[in-house]
Unconditional design. Structure first.
Length: 380
């Protein structure tokens, strides 16, 4: 069961407590890399287009979260809900307020991003689009995951003894997910419908994680050449078929069938799950990878503001020095996704990427340091 206080898919404490800790730390870090890289319109790790980020990366996070779910948690439904609300929604709501205040301040400086600071955007819109203040739009997944986890324990409670059969639960959840895609394909993915459809779509992906841990992990021993070869053949076949593979989980549109989104979600997750196992063995216990993998929440929440901070540095140099004369102040204030590349050098894309990942991690490290100083652990 993911903690989400410091990371989107799993807490640092939980990663340490699990036998395959480094595998899921690597997998979490890779998933967040895909998110940031995709927001920069890059595709550094999509394997030549065989595994497009937007065909699997948000289902991947649901899978990781489901992996840490403990069957039986539905027995203490009230305590489970309270714990999840504190760990998932608590930090989100605090940051949502902070970004709401920042947005209003920047409106006064001429920036066009984000909505007004009101009760709807503070407490309702996070469960609808999650894009209310834009600077934290990537964190839409947090309230969505909370609803998925609540739906999971509620449905398991309804299923009763059948909930002990993970294959049966998976079949039920797949039916719910396909029903969600059906709603989306019929045009029901706006306003309140989006909240429901997004939850329905992600629910099977969450269950895959639980199924994998409980039933499939011990059987996951197919030799790499056959494992990766089979997945690549499937993806190549899908590419030859010509159906679009990418879709938007955030807005539940772009689905090109009832099953295809789940096929690509499964193949992408399976591919990087095995890559993470191999990488974990090579990295052993890298502190940097462990920290990134256990603090992806910070990167998810803050990487867009980190990009704005970098663009602000460029803007300051462009305004007060002869440097960066091609910087567009109009786009800087009107287009959230505008990125300035000095001398139009594409090599600065990797700089943006590393900055967007590193700055939130540094910010989180400072917060952790302050928290430890304010609440030191008693010596045993």
């Amino acid at each position: 069961m993911p903690d989400m206080k410091n990371t989107a898919p799993a807490s640092g404490k939980q990663i340490k407590e699990n036998a395959i800790n480094m595998q899921f730390a690597v997998l979490s870090a890779l998933g967040m890399f895909f998110v940031v890289d995709g927001h920069l319109n890059n595709s550094y790790l999509d394997i030549g287009g065989l595994f497009p980020y937007y065909s699997f990366h948000m289902p991947l996070f649901a899978f990781i979260s489901g992996y840490f779910f403990r069957p039986g948690s539905e027995a203490g439904l009230r305590a489970y809900a309270k714990r999840k609300a504190v760990r998932l929604l608590g930090p989100y709501m605090v940051y949502n307020l902070v970004y709401g205040i920042i947005t209003q301040f920047l409106h006064g400086a001429g920036f066009a991003f984000g909505g007004s600071l009101n009760l709807h955007n503070l407490f309702i819109e996070p469960f609808m689009t999650g894009h209310q203040f834009e600077y934290n739009l990537a964190a839409w997944f947090v309230p969505a995951l909370f609803l998925v986890e609540m739906a999971n324990v509620f449905l398991r409670r309804i299923l009763g003894k059948a909930a002990g059969n993970e294959y049966a639960v998976t079949a039920v959840y797949m039916g719910i997910g396909i029903g969600g895609i059906s709603l989306a394909l019929s045009g029901r993915y706006g306003q309140g419908w989006l909240t429901l459809v997004r939850m329905m779509f992600l629910l099977p992906c969450y269950q895959w994680g639980t199924l994998y841990r409980q039933k499939l992990e011990e059987k996951d021993r197919v030799p790499g050449i056959w494992y990766f070869g089979g997945l690549m053949i499937i993806q190549l076949g899908l590419a030859v078929w010509g159906r679009p593979l990418i879709y938007s989980v955030a807005f539940c549109n772009g689905f090109t069938g009832y099953i295809l989104p789940y096929i690509t979600a499964a193949t992408g997750t399976a591919f990087w799950l095995r890559v993470s196992r191999t990488a974990a063995a090579a990295l052993k216990d890298s502190p940097a990878v462990r920290y990134f993998g256990s603090h992806t929440y910070a990167v998810m929440m803050h990487h867009i503001m980190a990009l704005m901070a970098l663009k602000t540095v460029f803007a300051a140099f462009a305004k007060y020095t002869p440097l960066f004369s091609g910087f567009s102040f109009e786009q800087y204030k009107a287009d959230l996704w505008y990125c300035y590349f000095p001398k139009d050098l594409p090599q600065f894309r990797i700089f943006y990427l590393l900055w967007a990942i590193t700055l939130p991690l540094v910010f989180q490290y400072i917060l952790d340091w302050i928290r430890q100083r304010l609440n030191p652990r008693p010596r045993v």
